[in-house]
Ligand binder design. Structure first.
Ligand code: CP3
Length: 348
C-alpha cells in the first residue's frame, strides 16, 4: 500500500490512492436519474435526453441534485456513454422507456465515415457542464468524468442498441477482425481524448464503464476489453499521470486481477456477482468499489440492511468505495437511498 494521502484530500480520492477511510467513501452509479423527482422535473424541461446531456446548465444541475440530497462523496458528470458514437456522427436516439437506438455500423464503409474531427467540437458542452459543476461543488466532493469502454460502446454501435448477447458485435469481430479493430482503435483514441478533455475541464477521477465485458471468452477478453482499455488508460496517463482511473468490467470477476495489472487502472468497480472474498483478495492489489445489488436497494428493508452490513464488515478494513454493483434502478424509493447512506455512514 502507498503512503497515507494527506487528510485534506477528499475521502474518495484518498481511498483511490490506497488509504483506508472510515466510514468508506460512498457514491452510486447512475446517482442522477429518474428515481429522483427533481431529475424528472429537469428531464421534462429539457425535452430530449441528449438535449439534457448537451445543455451545460441543466446537466450541471442534475449532476448536483443527488449530492445535495444525500451528501455523496463524489459527483459523476451527467452524460452518457453514447455521446461518443453520437459525436462521431452516428445517429443516436433515446426513446422513452425503450433505451437507446442507433443506426447500426456494420461494415468498413460505415466505420470509415465516422469523424473524429466532428467529435472534438461535440464534446464542448460536456466540458462546459463539468466547469460549471466543479465551480458549484464543495472542495471535498470531487467530480468523476467517464466514458464507455471501446468494447461496450462498439457493441452498441454495431447492434444499434443494447442486446442480451452482443451477437452482431461478436460476429463482426470474428468475421471481419480488421474492420472491428479499426473501430476499437478509433473508440480508444476518441474516448481517451474525451477523458483528457474532462480532466482539463475539472474532473478529478475517471471511470471507464465496460458493461458488456462479461460475455467474452478469455482470448476475446484480452483483445477487446484489456487491450483497448489499456490504450485508453495509457493515453490519458501520458497527459494526466496523477488522475485515478476506475475500471468497471461488468460480469468479469474471474479476470479482475489480470484486468488490473494489464490495463493500468487504479481501482476496480465490482459488479453484484463478484464474491466478497474475491474482492478482499483484489484489495491487496488495489482499492475496490461496489457492489450492492441495485435490486436490494430497490427492495430495502432487512434484506438490504443485512447485505450492506456484510459488505461493510468484509471490505471496509482495506481501501474501499461503497457503491452498487450496477446502476440505480428508476423505481428505487428515495427513502431506501436515504437509509443506505445512513447505514454506510453509521455502521463502521
Ligand atoms: O451515473 C450517473 O449519474 C451519470 C450519468 C450516466 C448515465 N448513463 C445517464 C443516463 C452514466 C454514467 C451512464 C452510463 C451508461 N449509459 C452505461 C454504462 C453503465 C451501465 O448502466 O451499464 C450504459 C450501458 C449506458 C447506455 C444507456 N443510456 C442505456 C442502456 C440507457 C437506457 C436505459 C435506461 O435506464 O433508460 C441510457 C439512458 C440514460 N443514461 C438515462 C440516464 C439517467 C435514462 C434516460 C432518461 O432519463 O430519459
Amino acid at each position: 500500500m502507498k503512503d497515507e494521502a494527506p487528510q485534506t484530500m477528499p475521502k474518495f480520492l484518498r481511498t483511490l490512492s490506497g488509504t483506508v477511510c472510515t466510514p468508506p467513501a460512498l457514491w452510486l452509479m447512475r446517482q442522477a436519474g429518474r428515481y429522483l423527482p427533481e431529475y424528472r422535473e429537469v428531464r421534462a424541461q429539457a425535452g430530449s435526453f441528449l438535449g439534457l446531456c448537451y445543455n451545460p446548465d441543466l446537466a450541471a444541475e442534475v449532476t448536483l441534485q443527488p449530492v445535495r440530497r444525500f451528501g455523496f462523496d463524489a459527483a459523476i458528470i451527467f452524460s452518457d456513454i453514447l455521446v461518443v458514437p453520437h459525436a462521431l456522427g452516428q445517429r443516436v436516439e433515446f426513446l422513452d422507456g425503450e433505451g437507446p437506438r442507433l443506426d447500426p455500423v456494420t461494415n468498413a464503409k460505415a466505420v470509415s465515415s465516422l469523424s473524429p474531427d466532428r467529435a472534438r467540437t461535440c464534446f464542448d458542452p460536456v466540458y462546459e457542464a463539468i466547469r460549471k459543476t466543479v465551480g458549484r461543488l464543495e472542495s471535498q466532493t470531487p467530480l468523476i468524468g467517464f466514458c464507455g469502454a471501446p468494447w461496450t460502446v462498439a457493441s452498441y454501435m454495431i447492434e444499434g442498441g443494447g442486446s442480451p448477447d452482443q451477437r452482431a458485435a461478436k460476429l463482426l469481430a470474428y468475421k471481419d477482425p480488421k474492420t472491428f479493430q479499426t473501430l476499437l482503435d478509433l473508440l480508444a483514441e476518441t474516448s481517451a481524448d474525451y477523458l483528457i478533455g474532462q480532466v482539463d475541464a475539472g474532473a478529478s477521477a475517471l471511470q471507464i464503464f465496460d458493461s458488456w465485458a462479461g460475455s467474452l471468452d478469455d482470448d476475446s477478453f484480452a483483445k477487446f476489453v484489456i487491450q483497448p482499455t489499456a490504450k485508453v488508460v495509457q493515453r490519458v496517463k501520458a497527459v494526466h499521470s496523477q488522475v485515478p482511473v476506475i475500471g468497471f468490467p461488468r460480469g468479469s470477476a474471474a479476470y479482475y486481477s489480470k484486468y488490473l495489472s494489464e490495463t493500468g487502472v487504479d481501482a476496480i468497480g465490482c459488479d453484484t456477482a463478484a464474491p466478497l472474498d474475491l474482492m478482499t483478495r483484489i484489495q491487496i492489489q488495489r482499492p475496490v468499489q461496489g457492489n450492492l445489488d441495485p435490486l436490494l436497494l430497490l427492495s430495502g428493508g432487512d434484506a438490504m440492511e443485512r447485505r450492506v452490513r456484510a459488505i461493510l464488515d468484509t471490505l471496509s478494513p482495506k481501501p474501499f468505495v461503497f457503491n452498487l454493483g450496477h446502476g440505480i434502478l428508476p423505481e428505487t424509493p428515495v427513502e431506501n437511498v436515504e437509509r443506505l447512506v445512513n447505514l454506510v455512514r453509521t455502521t463502521v
